[in-house]
Design a protein around this ligand. Structure first.
Ligand SMILES: O=C[C@H](O)[C@H](O)[C@H](O)COP(=O)(O)O
Length: 234
C-alpha cells in the first residue's frame, strides 16, 4: 500500500473520531500520526464554532505541542475527576480489540489517560489489524535506565528478543517523556495478552508495556474502498 493511501486512511479515521467529541467534554489526546489528524480536526471544529468548551489531556509532549498549535485548552489529571472520551492510535489491533501501543514511546502515559476515559476510541488504518498480537510489531516496554540490563535478561528468559530502541536524528537510546528507555521485544506471537501484560509489569524496573487489554471501547478503522478512504467500526 502506498504512503499516500496510508496517510489518507489515517486522516479519515482521525477526523471520524474527532467528530464524535461533544461540546463540554474532557478529551484524552493520544500520540502518533493518526491521532494528530484528530487533534487537528478538534481544533478546526473549535475554530468554526461547531464545538465548544472542550479541554484536552495530552498523553505526550507531541500531543501537547499539537493541542497548543490547534488552540485546544489543556488540563492535567490533577484538574479533573474523569475523562469523557479519549482518542488514541495503535500499532496492532487484534479481533478482541486488544492493542499493542508504544511505537512512539508514549504507551505508559497513554495507558493512564486511556484507561480513565468513559469512552476510549482507537483510530487505526487497516494495516494495523492482526489475527495474533506480536506478529508484525515488537512489544514496547518502558524501563528505568538503571534496570535495562536485568530487564533485558528477564525478557529473554520469557522467550523474547529485546532490543534497546535507538534514536533517529539523536545519538544513543530513545529517552521517553518520563526520562526512561524503551526495549522493543519480539515474541513472534502473544497468545494470552491479559496474563502476559501483568507478567511483564511484574519485572522490577519495568514501568509499563504496550499491551492494552480490555480498554478499547470502539475501534475505528480507515480503509481504502474503490480508491477512496472510508471508515468502519471493528
Ligand atoms: O507511543 C505511541 C502510540 O502508542 C501511538 O498511538 C502508536 O504508535 C500509533 O501511532 P501512529 O498513529 O503514528 O501509527
Amino acid at each position: 500500500m502506498s504512503e499516500d493511501a496510508v496517510k489518507a486512511m489515517k486522516q479519515q479515521v482521525g477526523i471520524a473520531a474527532a467528530q464524535r467529541v461533544q461540546s463540554g467534554s474532557i478529551v484524552g489526546l493520544g500520540t502518533g500520526s493518526t491521532t494528530a489528524f484528530a487533534i487537528e480536526h478538534l481544533g478546526d471544529r473549535l475554530k468554526s464554532g461547531d464545538l465548544k468548551d472542550i479541554k484536552g489531556i495530552p498523553t505526550s509532549f507531541q500531543a501537547s505541542v499539537l493541542a497548543k498549535k490547534y488552540g485546544i485548552p489543556l488540563v492535567t489529571l490533577d484538574d479533573v475527576e474523569k475523562i469523557d472520551i479519549a482518542i488514541d492510535g495503535a500499532d496492532e489491533v487484534d479481533p478482541n480489540k486488544v492493542l499493542i501501543k508504544g511505537g512512539g514511546a508514549a504507551h505508559t502515559r497513554e495507558k493512564i489517560v486511556d484507561s480513565l476515559a468513559d469512552v476510549f476510541i482507537v483510530v487505526v488504518d487497516s494495516t494495523k489489524l492482526v489475527e495474533t498480537l506480536g506478529s508484525t510489531f515488537p512489544l514496547p516496554v518502558e524501563v528505568l535506565p538503571v534496570a535495562v540490563s536485568p530487564v533485558t535478561r528477564a525478557l529473554e528468559a520469557l522467550g523474547g528478543k529485546p532490543e534497546l530502541r535507538m534514536g533517529v536524528k539523536k545519538d544513543g537510546p530513545v529517552i521517553t517523556d518520563q526520562g526512561n528507555m524503551i526495549l522493543d521485544v519480539t515474541f513472534g506471537s502473544i497468545p494470552n495478552p491479559a496474563e502476559f501484560e501483568k507478567t511483564l509489569n511484574n519485572i522490577p524496573g519495568v514501568l509499563d508495556n504496550g499491551l492494552f487489554v480490555g480498554l478499547a471501547d470502539v475501534v475505528l478503522v480507515g480503509e481504502i474502498k474503490e480508491g477512496q478512504p472510508i471508515v468502519r467500526e471493528l
